[in-house]
Design a protein around this ligand. Sequence first.
Ligand code: SF4
Length: 285
Amino acid sequence: MEREYKSFYKAVGGNEGGKCHYATRLDTYGCGCQHDCSYCYAKSLLEFRHNWHCMEPSIADSKKIARKVKTLRRGDFVRLGGMTDCFMPMELRHRVTYNTIKALNDQGVSYLIVTKSDIVARDDYVDVLDKDLAHIQISLTCTDDGLYRALGIERAVPPSRRVAAAEKLSALGYDTQVRLSPYIPQFIDVERLAQINCDKILIEFLRVNSWVKRWLDIDYSEYTVKQSGYQHMPLERKLDYIGRVRGFERVTVCEDETEAYEYWQKHFNPNPNDCCDLRKKEPKK
Ligand code: SF4
């Protein structure tokens, strides 16, 4: 049974909203995500309310989204997907994200796409992505297809397809990043990572709560910093693991834990005013 996703537009507040430069989110689907990742923050928030339906997420109404987008101003910015992946397989049936991108283009509103899918790099989607407005982050959690299948921590396309998508979009001139999200060092072969033809990478470490511990079976002994209900790796361990990442011209860190957030802003991120390090252009008149 199809359900309508009504709360598709949100400005995120609190600890996360205060740190994130792109806290306005437009979710074309909701109440679940077909990728159903074991470490998913949205899943951990919704599961205990029995509101996570990974097999049948709710679907936003394209016409209502278009009306909302009409109220935005040229130069505004939204993140496509915060509580779901807007390019999960059901997008090919419903096309809500496709229609939303067209509406955002018409209104001159920029958009950040974060996805574990390669749908965004299909020719029909590339045809509608506006090079001045679109910013794309392709998330990777693993660099090997065989290991990825064995781990069974996501139901998204294998890493090789995501890498191909990132390389295609980057070669076409789109503002594209590989997003290690979450960066779980034991799943990443840094030599393979260095071979990806994309000049930008964003790193986000795993944050752990009791739900994630239940779903994701890894060694948590390094996650010793506790803050706001989550466990994080200490800054010195993060610095060590980031030091192993090579082959990218621009490396930036997305962070939730306060001490580390301040460190990245002051001493590491190439753009201290934007931890996503997006290549933004002035809006067209
Ligand atoms: S793709 Fe993103 S929103 Fe979807 S389950 Fe994975 S982490 Fe959650």
